[in-house]
Design a protein. Sequence first.
Length: 321
Amino acid sequence: MTQLQITAFGDPSVLKLNPSLDKVPAEGEVRVRICYAGVNPIDAKTRAGLGWAAAQNKDKLPWTPGYDVAGVIEKLGPGVSAFKEGEPVCGMVGFPLAGGGYAESIVVSERELVKLDGVSLKQGAALPLAGLTAWQGLFEHGGLKGGQRVLILAGAGGVGHLAVQFASAYGAEVVVTASKDNHVFLHGIGASKMVDYHDADWVAQVGPVDLVLDLMGGESGKAALACVAKGGKLVTVPTLTAQLIKDAGAALGVEVTGMLVHPDTRQLAQMLILLRQGGAHITLAGEHTLAEGALAHQALERGHTRGKLVLRMPAAERYPA
């Protein structure tokens, strides 16, 4: 099989295709023939040599990134009972150090996967990491309740557009920051108020909220502290600026929580039910072949992507999208 690997830390050109043998699953493992893999900001950050995954893997290059996969069970290891060969599955795999999703096949524990029933492989690949980040940020860390008012920074991105839909489905009033060309899109998926982050007075336009889900970090995250109502909180996702925002929050008396997403197949199954029932939908910002992974990273780093990016593997031709 072929995999797209980080051969050195740097710009997207360091991503190179390398051959490898299909691995044989051990006890409790399965081999998945991957059809689609999700592309996430953490992939680009790691490729650039930033963050914990890069620090832990710097002496293990070349390394295959990618945590989101969807495909078909190809081979079962001994003792596997949850799946059958030929079943479509998706999952957030190898997080945070193993990775391996940018490949034509992967061997993982059966506990990392869920069955895809009534949701396409393409949507299944785009969901796990972004969906779990949104879900855990809103509910696990943010404690969002129906009827509360939530501000989502960068609402049109991969995590943001899912967070908008999850919060709206839960009965929250959703305010988002986004460029003006995304306002109609965001209103259509559940946002009740859209604010252009280019406006100098965007914080005043937002008004008080019970929860901020900060997907931007840095100065935008710090500015959003002024929107947090008494007793509210801010959950910040970008790890590089989390401490900066925590310190700023402490000075203002605002509770700030940093978070790192974690795999959770139960939550993933709940989100798949929501997708299957039409309560949420993943917008795809673009699709590239495995060989075009550098183009996907370039698009991600340019910013302003609406929704998620995915990589398409050759096996996708044999199965419906």
